[in-house]
Design a protein around this ligand. Structure first.
Ligand SMILES: Cc1cc2nc3c(=O)[nH]c(=O)nc-3n(C[C@H](O)[C@H](O)[C@H](O)COP(=O)(O)OP(=O)(O)OC[C@H]3O[C@@H](n4cnc5c(N)ncnc54)[C@H](O)[C@@H]3O)c2cc1C
Length: 427
């Protein structure tokens, strides 16, 4: 019997396994998918071997634990290409001078300034969810109506929404984009200033290296379907029918995937409420390989449902990688023809070579993208609601005590769960 079984080989599970392995504990990691990494997922597009990030990609300047992990495993940080050109699609045409026509510019600028002030007002708060914010229980759609901003500003906000709040604007408050913007100068474009680095070689590779270095045994392609705890141990049942026992367990799965596991004794009421109702993050992240486009061009607007595109970097074969985001329910057609039209709308100079994405919403082991709290859900994500009871601990970025949403939160929550086990069972 291993000292600890970790369910889930994502970044939180890998960070937990590494911490436990460093402390000399024997660990078994059980992963439902046929690969490690979870929502870190680094691979080429189609047959192309150059690594792209199908899950998360950016880290911020203050993501110290991610930076430490990258350094430990000899993975270089790649600076994000600076934005060298800005374009906006106003619904009629692609604009390269100003976001809207001259006669609408004053109202547009004033609207953005009002949102910027709301962002700056959050600047001194320390918690992510700002329960003190006047907008915490207001939907994003209602917030934008209450602010009385012109349609062009709503359009612009929704483009940045696709990389932040990311779900139904009628069911999620506007704090994510405002908070992300608050880290820089409060402007929506200022969000680019915090997405400073990616990890060359891929965050998925980093997760794999952390798991390997932990010395943990790994089971791939076999989901845990049942966890039963008694006074002496935790018993597990897997999809294959295999059963296992452990002294301690860390459930390192996405909140929206916790429902794939039956718990005995049952989860607490708040946990059950969240796993049934689920977080609301539903984005499409599309990766596009094109020719004819220079790196560093940022475009917002609307193109086949995709609202935000950035020509991220030059690839070794001379093509350029574009990262695009949209809301899941607004991008029903991801065919080559639709994506060609989308790219042409924002980058008329482009020829699409290939595109690819991962459907995180339909994937049963994520059932959503990055965590996004629905209205009224925030208390359910509190680390206190997910504290260990008995031998079963929880870890995932979705419920991290800090830097939830981000990779950094996954590492923090995994290391916290491992530390709790090491503290309660010192030898
Ligand atoms: C498209 C996208 C873009 C993102 N962009 C960024 C970004 O730029 N920067 C950033 O910091 N973060 C970003 N994120 C968020 C980041 O990827 C996540 O916060 C982080 O990877 C979550 O790690 P985790 O270990 O908590 O969960 P996961 O990665 O979800 O890991 C959980 C693991 O548990 C497994 N599992 C689930 N159920 C079972 C079961 N029953 N039995 C066994 N195993 C199971 C899953 O297969 C998975 O491997 C993005 C996420 C997505 C999807």
């Amino acid at each position: 019997m291993h000292d600890v079984v970790v369910i889930g080989a994502g970044l939180a599970g890998a960070a937990a396994a590494l911490r436990l392995g460093d402390a000399g504990r024997s660990v078994l990691v059980i992963e439902a998918r046929g690969r490690t990494g979870g929502r870190t997922y680094s691979r080429g597009i189609g047959d192309d071997t150059e690594v792209m990030e199908f899950g998360g990609s950016w880290i911020t300047p203050w993501h110290d634990r991610m930076r430490a992990l990258a350094a430990r495993f000899d993975m270089a940080l790649r600076p994000t290409h600076p934005v060298v050109e800005r374009r906006w699609h106003d619904g009629q045409s692609l604009r390269t001078d100003t976001p809207v026509a001259a006669e609408a510019l004053a109202a547009h600028t004033a609207g953005l300034a009002a949102l910027r002030q709301d962002a700056l007002d959050m600047h001194d708060t320390t918690g992510r969810w700002h329960n003190g914010s006047p907008w915490a229980e207001t939907s994003t759609a209602d917030y934008l109506r209450a602010r009385g901003v012109p349609a062009s500003v709503v359009h612009e906000f929704m483009a940045w929404w696709a990389i932040s709040g990311s779900g139904d604007p009628d069911r999620i408050n506007p704090l994510d984009p405002l908070y992300f913007a608050s880290h820089h100068d409060g402007t929506l474009d200022g969000m680019m200033a915090i997405l400073t680095h990616t990890i060359a070689g891929g965050v998925g590779t980093l997760t794999g290296r952390a798991l390997a270095a932990s010395g943990a045994d790994l089971v791939l392609g076999d989901a845990v379907v049942e966890v039963a705890e008694n006074g002496h141990h935790v018993a597990l049942r897997l999809t294959s029918g295999r059963t296992l026992r452990a002294q301690q367990m860390i459930v390192a799965v996405a909140v929206n995937a916790v429902a794939t596991i039956r718990f005995d004794p049952p989860l607490r009421t708040a946990q059950q409420a969240l796993t049934t109702d689920r977080h609301k993050g539903r984005a499409v992240k599309m990766l596009l390989r094109v020719t004819g486009v220079a790196p560093g061009i940022l475009v917002t607007g609307e193109a086949e449902g995709l609202r935000w595109m950035f020509s991220e970097r030059a690839l070794a074969d001379g093509s350029t990688a574009i990262i695009a985001f949209g809301l899941y329910d607004e991008v029903p057609d991801t065919s080559f023809a639709a994506m060609s039209r989308a790219v042409k709308r924002f980058f008329p100079e482009a020829t699409l070579l290939s595109h690819d994405w991962h459907d995180w919403v339909r994937d049963p082991y994520s059932s959503g993208t990055w965590v996004s709290h629905g209205l009224g859900q925030t208390p359910l994500f509190a680390a206190e609601e997910w504290r260990a009871e008995g031998r079963v601990h929880f870890a995932t970025s979705d419920i991290a005590s800090r830097e939830s949403v981000w990779f950094e939160g996954a590492v923090i929550s995994g290391e916290d769960a491992a530390d709790a086990i090491l503290a309660s069972h010192p030898s």
